[in-house]
Ligand binder design. Structure first.
Ligand SMILES: NC(=O)c1ccc[n+]([C@@H]2O[C@H](COP(=O)([O-])OP(=O)(O)OC[C@H]3O[C@@H](n4cnc5c(N)ncnc54)[C@H](O)[C@@H]3O)[C@@H](O)[C@H]2O)c1
Length: 239
């Protein structure tokens, strides 16, 4: 039970998470750049670019006017940058900036806007969807890898800043998940086989399997977890 705000709600992992938290009995507020798609998922939705400070302030203020106590924020919105693999010197500056803005500035802005109300309530849980790309580097993905390392460190910063005041912060680190973000790769049989060959469980994850992890964290079980990277990758990063 309680109120959850999910960013990037219209995507693969986001929509699975919205559905799962609804099933868990939570009131879910769905936020996405694509407001129309978010509106199809929940009666409570907003169009929002998480990297836009003004928009984040306005939307979060509007949410808090209706639901003064948000229990859970899921920082899920994210982008990878261009499909083509680019090494550091080939990565366009604008692409690096955009990936960092959505994947790092976004969680910072959304969390920053909701923390005061959580402090007032004396409770709250920030769940940030990072990636195993925040734990190990992947070739040709410098902007994404850097951003997910930063997102994970952001989750840890929140954990130590507020752990003594009833607010916990954890990260979920998925491996490869079949979503619109990755579909173009997984639709190429050779590329899919290459990826699956690296995963000890021999398959990629489905979005529901990541939503399960968010659901467990949001439920308040795992009550001593704070600053934890919950790795859900079929063993990929253990190789
Ligand atoms: N799919 C994977 O393999 C995988 C693996 C590890 C981590 N992740 C992370 O999981 C999260 C969700 O990824 P996904 O695979 O569901 O991607 P997706 O592309 O299916 O969904 C992403 C959603 O975020 C929204 N979005 C993009 N920019 C936004 C912005 N500026 N403001 C608000 N919303 C915005 C998009 O409209 C989309 O609905 C991301 O943070 C991603 O980095 C994904």
């Amino acid at each position: 039970m309680g109120v959850a705000v999910v960013t990037g709600a219209a995507g693969g992992i986001g929509s699975a998470t919205v559905r799962r938290l609804h099933e868990d009995g939570m009131t879910v507020i769905a936020l996405d750049l694509n407001g129309e798609a978010a509106a199809e998922l929940s009666p409570h939705s907003y169009a929002l670019d998480v990297s836009n400070a003004e928009q984040v302030e306005l939307v979060m203020a509007s949410i808090l006017a209706s639901w003064p106590r948000v229990d859970v924020l899921v920082n899920n919105a994210g982008i990878t940058g261009s499909a083509a693999a680019t090494t550091v010197h080939e990565t366009p500056v604008e692409e690096f900036d955009r990936v960092m803005a959505v994947n790092v500035r976004g969680p910072f802005l959304c969390t920053r806007a909701l923390i005061p109300s959580m402090l007032e309530a004396g409770r709250g849980h920030i769940i940030t969807i990072a990636s195993i790309a925040g734990l190990v580097a992947f070739p040709g993905r410098c902007a994404y890898t850097t951003s997910k390392g930063a997102a994970l460190q952001f989750a840890r910063s929140v954990a130590i800043d507020y752990g003594g005041r009833g607010i916990r912060s954890n990260a979920v680190c998925p491996g490869m998940v079949e979503t619109p973000m990755t579909q173009w790769r997984l639709d190429q049989p050779e590329l899919r086989a290459q990826i699956e060959a690296q995963i000890p469980m021999g398959r990629v994850a489905q979005p529901d399997e990541i939503a399960d992890a968010v659901s467990v964290l949001a439920s308040g079980r795992l009550a001593y977890a704070n600053g934890s990277p919950l790795i859900i990758d079929g063993g990929w990063s253990s190789r």
